[in-house]
Design a protein around this ligand. Sequence first.
Ligand code: ACO
Length: 325
Amino acid sequence: KIIAAITGVQGYVPEDVLTNADLAKIVDTTDEWIISRTGIKERRILRGEGQGTSVMGAEAVKKLLEKTNTKPEEVDLLICATVTPDHFFPSTANLICDKVGISFNASYDIAAACSGFLNALVTGAMFIESGRYKKVIVVGADKMSAIVDYTDRSTCVLFGDGAGAVLLEPSSDGLGLQDFILKSDGSGANHLIQKGGGSAYPPTYETIDNKWHHIHQEGQAVFKFAVTRMADVSAEIMERNNLSGDDVAFLVPHQANKRIIDATANRMGVGPEKVMLNIHKYGNTTAATIPLCLWDYESQLKKGDNLILAAFGGGFTWGSVYLKW
Ligand code: ACO
């Protein structure tokens, strides 16, 4: 059986840092509140006119190609998970390919909010497992600053911008994607939504006055959902693969809130030293959090390590992936 393995990982974050102290100057908040409720200290912001998500995705992919000695023409497929595409069309994946010199391959976007990277990863892996493709790049990238309302203290402190990319190739030694669970429940749509700008409510002065082009989030409803679902799905994938907390080298959780991450690790029986964390540096970068974690912790990973990736997000969507590094 062909298994898809991650053979390279690369992240990119913009240079501009937005600290909790900076936010305290524009909304009624404090560094202490943000750290204690979320674990976030600072986040990165992509600035500049016309600078969209593809700019960050392309930076990550460019370095990934160099690092893995991959020629652009060898890439069969590039999938980009994002909810902040540069435009509705062409896709951000198309734009990334153009920026890095990949052409005449397949490329498209996947939208599953914060679970986007896991959905894209599994989709890419299926093309490898089928034997159809040999090199697939999966990008998770979001410029959340483009849709955050910087007058709403309950959301603006949470999000940041960033991108991460992985290369998937067939593995011959059994390493790679072992199992996955992907779920969704559209009845949760109104709890976490960018209501305007799409076909239901195309942009008008009224939608803009109503701030429907910004993220609307019912924080506590999302929190409750996240704590149960992300833990359920992580526990389920461990159980059906006969893994105990001791067998897991790292939990790689979506970085939305440190308290949600702690609750998930606790339920899995995984100690804090085995939890990948970078929320303090980048905040919630939506589809980019998991590849950015893999990138940050790359030097600590050993061949054969059991990793449980877990995410939840708008939709609602949630899921977990078990892979051997
Ligand atoms: N600074 C100071 N006070 C604040 C801030 C802030 N930045 N934000 C909210 N508050 C206030 C509220 O107004 C409220 O005040 P009140 O009691 O006078 O009404 C008080 O703090 C408590 O608010 P809660 O909403 O109960 O705070 P909570 O502990 O739930 O934390 C948070 C809020 C951080 C948003 C939390 O609910 C959360 O993390 N939810 C999940 C969010 C999430 O994970 N979203 C990403 C989903 S992924 C995706 O797909 C995009």
